[in-house]
Write a protein of this length. Structure first.
Length: 51
């Protein structure tokens, strides 16, 4: 989640609903969570595909 990521993002960012630092910090946290889940899913799925 960044101010440039999706359609509603500029509205939330511009409204001041979240301070800028929190916006980027939360975006990094959720991005890392997504990346970890993607890697775990991929590692579990690859043996199924390769068999």
């Amino acid at each position: 989640l960044t101010p440039y990521a999706t359609g509603p993002s500029p509205i939330y960012y511009g409204s001041g609903y979240l301070p800028t630092a929190d916006y980027w910090r939360l975006g990094a946290i959720f991005g890392l969570i997504f990346l970890v889940l993607l890697v775990i899913t991929g590692l579990l799925w690859m043996p199924v595909v390769l068999l």
